[in-house]
Design a protein around this ligand. Structure first.
Ligand code: B16
Ligand code: MG
Length: 228
């Protein structure tokens, strides 16, 4: 197969693979825009500066870590922090109400279907506490054996906890899992968990991954797993 040479060096690692663990935001759908609109609205109400460039830094990190970045060292009481996070989340939930299957990124559902047909276990491990709602709206819940999210563990990405929890639920060893991620924090988490990583996006952002691809549509199971 024409693409095989590209994956030759990786084949000892790929031969062990039994499960795919997907990140959600930025991999299967692009909710970053809704996170941006919700944080922007909050920032304007609070007189804080926030633009699209700042939003890029929030990719893959938790709601609290995002707020801390936006506050740029400004200290607030825990009560106020909670109120701001709840307000932003209320806006975000309003925006995600309009999500449908059409919001799946190109090739996402075809990939899930093909991996399932090839017998791989599939899981979602998103840092978002809203992930189950978004997955439901996208109409892809049934593909996943495990749905882990921001509420499943205490420590968020870049800690490995969410991915380790997911592998445990799948009953698959970490070294037999592939993580598909769009964020540096997510890749750090997956690597710390001892998993094979596919980075989706530009090399400046996901260059640390074992394999870097521009989109999920470029993950070709027949080329990756030709030896299985
Ligand atoms: P929530 P992922 C992450 O999702 C987002 O990339 C990140 O921007 C967001 O702050 C985080 O979820 C928490 O989301 O406020 O909905 O709990 O990329 O890990 O799927
Ligand atoms: Mg992401």
């Amino acid at each position: 197969m024409e693409n095989n040479s590209k994956y030759m060096d990786l084949s000892p690692k790929l031969r062990k693979i039994k499960a795919f663990i997907f990140d959600l935001d930025g991999v299967l759908t692009d909710t970053a825009e809704y996170h941006y609109l919700a944080w922007k609205r909050l920032a304007e109400e609070e007189g804080l500066s926030f633009n699209r460039q700042d939003n890029e830094k929030l990719r893959g990190i938790s709601r609290r870590a995002s707020l801390e970045l936006i506050l740029q060292g400004k200290r607030l009481s825990e009560e106020k922090m909670q109120e701001l996070m709840d307000r932003k989340n209320g806006y975000y939930r309003e925006y995600i109400k309009s999500i449908t299957k059409k919001d799946l990124l190109p090739g996402a559902e075809e990939l899930l279907r093909e991996l399932k047909a090839r017998g791989y276990k599939l899981a979602m491990a998103s840092g978002s506490k809203n992930a189950p709602k978004v997955v439901e709206r996208l109409g892809i819940t049934a593909y996943f054996d495990v749905l882990a999210h921001g509420g499943s563990v205490e420590k968020s990405k870049p800690a490995p906890d969410l991915f380790l929890h997911t592998a445990e639920k799948l009953a698959i060893k970490p070294c037999s899992c592939v993580v598909v991620e769009d964020a540096g924090a997510g890749l750090d988490a997956a690597k710390a968990a001892g998993m094979f990583t596919i980075g989706i996006g530009p090399p400046e952002r996901v260059g640390a991954a074992d394999l870097v691809l521009p989109s999920v549509a470029e993950i070709k199971p027949e080329a990756l797993f030709w030896h299985n």
